[in-house]
Design a protein around this ligand. Structure first.
Ligand SMILES: [Zn+2]
Length: 370
């Protein structure tokens, strides 16, 4: 195994190991992850090879690895490394990851967003256990109309009450798979919380600040009196976090494009052919476009995700687009370039990555033509 492969393996094991530790920790109980230890060992053997001068044996054990590495941005893990040309670190997705975990105090940590994003978009074999998979698997077993309606419901209603749940179940009362999807999607809200004004999920008060399904919601400044509160154990339900993060949040981008087409009287369908891609658009002259909305903040992750999936899904379309939220392209001005260079190198001439604003403009202008 070459060193880059070793390094990628180490990072994967560390990321998955940390995730596993957080998932399985119970009240004060310590969960031992073999993957995590294995990952640390591989990483430290490379650390010793590339940075023998600064190598510190005392940083090898678990807790000190968490403090000295996992709580620091990944790019800093390589401070002092020499002769790393072959590793080509700046081209690797993991290099751009922020700290993998955050400090929750009292020697405990919580896994950060990018750690989860890495598992979702870059890794391929570990997604099975994650909450949204259970929901996806059920949705996929439905027919096209049921699929679209139920998926739309999850996107539009991250929080519901018992009456709404009852009505929803009644709609699907003869459909065991749909009922199963609903069971898998929602959970009861157990603790007092607030409705997040940014994403519509739940904000919990932490020792410092607030916590939602992703870090950017928690970073906002909120005035508590202006937030809508939900008392715990009052029968309110919310989407499970994985479902919120990987179905509902990206779904908002999908629905925004879909609704925009409707508004401009351009024919469009959501998740055609059981989610082959996100939106199919047909213009008056018969031209078809395929849209894949990607709410992935880190361009290297999207790049690796595209490679993992073997490129843009096949279909009968004239052009295909990966669409990202405007703010991601504004934050990382090289975002579109990174993806478009990758698409070009895969031989695509009719597929590109575009930000939402520019896609809307194209739809608006094309939509007027006969
Ligand atoms: Zn939120």
């Amino acid at each position: 195994m070459d060193d880059l492969t070793k390094l990628k393996t180490a990072i994967s094991l560390i990321v998955i190991g940390l995730y596993e530790k957080e998932r399985q920790k119970q009240e004060g109980e310590y969960y031992y992850s073999k993957k995590f230890i294995h990952g640390i060992n591989i990483f430290q053997s490379l650390n010793y090879k590339y940075n023998p001068k600064d190598f510190d044996f005392s940083k090898m054990h678990e807790q000190s690895f968490i403090t000295n590495y996992a709580m620091q941005p990944v790019s800093q893990w390589f401070d002092g490394w020499e002769n790393t040309d072959k590793l080509d670190l700046v081209s690797q997705g993991f290099y751009y990851m922020d700290a993998l975990v955050g400090d929750s105090g009292f020697n405990t940590f919580h896994v950060n967003d990018n750690c989860e994003d890495y598992i979702e978009y870059v890794e391929k074999d570990v997604v099975a256990g994650i909450e949204q998979r259970a929901v996806y698997d059920c949705l996929r077993a439905l027919n096209q109309d049921e699929y679209v309606n139920l998926r739309k419901y999850f996107i539009d209603y991250p929080i519901i009450n018992l009456e709404e749940l009852r009505k929803l179940k009644l709609t699907y009362s003869k459909n065991d798979i749909a009922l199963h999807a609903i069971e898998n999607a929602y959970e009861e809200i157990m603790e007092d919380c607030f409705v997040c004004p940014k994403c519509g999920w739940t904000l919990h008060k932490e020792k410092i600040g607030m916590r939602c399904q992703n870090r950017s919601c928690g970073k906002e400044k909120y005035i508590q009196g202006e937030l809508k509160s939900i008392p715990g154990e009052s029968g309110m339900l919310r989407l499970k976090r994985g479902v919120m993060k990987y179905i509902s949040v990206p779904g908002k981008l999908e629905l925004e494009i879909y609704n925009y087409c409707n508004k401009h009287k351009v024919q469009s369908v959501l998740w055609p052919e059981m989610d082959k891609y996100d939106i199919g658009i047909t213009f008056l002259n018969g031209d078809m476009w395929a849209i894949d909305a990607k709410a992935i903040r880190e361009p290297q992750f999207l790049k690796e995700n595209i490679i993992r999936d073997g490129g843009f899904p096949d279909g009968d379309y004239k052009r295909g687009f990966y669409v990202i939220p405007d703010v991601y392209a504004d934050d990382r001005t090289d975002y579109l370039d990174i993806i478009n260079r990758q698409l070009e190198s895969m031989g695509y001439r009719n597929i590109c990555c575009i930000k939402l604003r520019d896609l809307k403009k194209e739809i608006r202008e094309r939509g007027k033509r006969k």
